[in-house]
Ligand binder design. Sequence first.
Ligand code: ATP
Length: 232
Amino acid sequence: AAPPPLLDLRGVTALYGHSQALFGVDLTVRAGQVTALMGRNGMGKTTTIRTICRLLPNRAGEMFLDGHDLSGLPPHRVARMGVGLVPEGRRVFAPLSVRDNLVAAARPGAWDIKGVVALFPRLGERMGQGAGTLSGGEQQMLAIGRALMTNPRLLILDEATEGLAPTVRSEIWQAIGRLKQDAGLGILLVDKSLRELTAVADSAVVLDKGRSVWAGPMTGLTAEHAARWLGV
Ligand code: ATP
């Protein structure tokens, strides 16, 4: 049987000022599983993520984490409830060292610097280095490491492999696979690589113009669906 939902969105809508961006998003992420959030550019993927993290208010619909209502909470409370966000554009604190970036994010739990280094050995060699001087791939690893240091139950990755060299991308995909398998995290993932998504995701949700138009097991997403909603 499928594990119960860790994250559950029903009919979520959201606005930027007067302009409505989400018109009804249904989405489920289960512990130990990856849900791919898909759709063409501008269809609402990042907006959905911002809404889950309460960086943007949801106007209607329901959002539950482990049965707890997220609606109305400030962003730091959502983080404290176990939602780790790796935002688009890998934002690390450039002036701080790698170690201090990790320490600053730390909250009590199973994850520590040793665990992050076991996942991304490259970071271990660069603990004292300024985060701003890391390569793009290393910064992305640090951004993921920082989210893990908060000891999340749900990890959200927005375009975590965008613009990275192929070898680094494959290291990050491997890490995502391990986080799902070994750490049992629920993962919500936005990425452009359909091939890699297909390999790691258990289920998928497709957004079109701010609405979820398809949801199901990743294996159920056909070439016809991909052509219609993803333009590939
Ligand atoms: P992409 O892959 O291009 O980031 P996306 O699916 O993540 O696409 P969103 O960034 O969520 O799409 O954008 C959804 C809609 O909301 C778009 O029409 C976009 O123009 C609009 N939007 C995004 N950010 C803002 C903002 N800060 N103010 C107003 N409208 C916005």
